[in-house]
Design a protein around this ligand. Structure first.
Ligand code: ADP
Ligand code: ADP
Length: 228
């Protein structure tokens, strides 16, 4: 699903965010990216959906050559991915159902299939009864559920999440993690940057630790490994 080879990223101001990173992530894996603030986690995550371009190296994501693809191919890369952020990033003037449907309008899905898919993913995240609510009428955990529904509505092969529980209390965080677990169990690859030691230590999934832009640890059933 992801092949990252000798990837380095130096930002315009000279900051080296990643240095010669090599990693392969297979289809169906659930991978945590951990590390201190400023280690390079977000840069790693943002490379995957081409929000930033590497300075050197090669990167294949879901069959797309992310580094050398023409700009016109970027939408095809992103259609195969779902992205979830710490701050939800919902459209405030659209309802729950409209927020989710919007991701499908972008791919010009037929109306009937769109309604069916929106209902189905709202069922998965447990929010079907709130389809008419606006984001401001939802708790943080509910807003993140909408963001997850939006991320999976096009049935992506890969879901990328950057600190998805960063603004949530522990109980709500577990509810969100249960949804990610179910999505993964259905075959979707998940790559998640997180600071949540308890979640990482309890889930016993693959852990990739980044320090100063380098991978310092990659364990199949890893632990968080830092003090919180
Ligand atoms: P993390 O997600 O682990 O906190 P980041 O990938 O956000 O780490 O940042 C890695 C390094 O790159 C940090 O030193 C950060 O300040 C720097 N950085 C991140 N984004 C930019 C940017 N747009 N311009 C310059 N430096 C950046
Ligand atoms: P939390 O305490 O978990 O942050 P809230 O107090 O924000 O949750 O919301 C509790 C419940 O009330 C949620 O199910 C939310 O959807 C609903 N709710 C909150 N504000 C509104 C509102 N303005 N209109 C309709 N429902 C709301």
């Amino acid at each position: 699903m992801i092949q990252m080879k000798d990837i380095s990223k130096t930002y315009e101001n000279g900051t080296v965010a990643l240095e010669r990173v090599n990693v392969e992530i297979g289809k169906g894996e659930f991978v945590f990216i951990v590390g201190a603030s400023g280690a390079g986690k977000s840069t790693f995550i943002r490379l995957l959906f081409r929000e930033v371009l590497p300075s050197s190296g090669t990167l294949i994501v879901n069959g797309h050559d992310v580094v050398n693809m023409p700009k016109s191919e970027v939408p095809y890369l992103r259609r195969g991915l779902g992205v979830v952020f710490q701050d939800y990033r919902l459209l405030p003037d659209k309802t729950v159902a409209e927020n989710v449907a919007f991701a499908m309008q972008v791919i010009e899905a037929p109306r009937r299939r769109m309604q069916h898919s929106v209902n189905a993913v709202l069922d998965i995240v447990g929010l079907r009864d709130k389809y008419k609510n606006f984001p401001s009428q939802l708790s943080g955990g509910e807003q993140q559920r909408v963001a997850i529904a939006r991320a999976i509505v096009n049935n992506p092969a890969l879901v990328i999440a950057d600190e998805p529980t960063g603004n949530l209390d522990p109980e709500t965080s577990w509810e969100i993690m249960d949804i990610f677990k179910r999505i993964n169990a259905s075959g979707t690859t998940i790559v998640m940057a997180t600071h949540d030691k308890y979640i990482v230590d309890t889930m016993k999934r693959r852990v990739i630790a980044i320090e100063d832009g380098k991978i310092v640890r990659d364990e199949a059933q890893g632990v968080y490994g830092y003090e919180n």
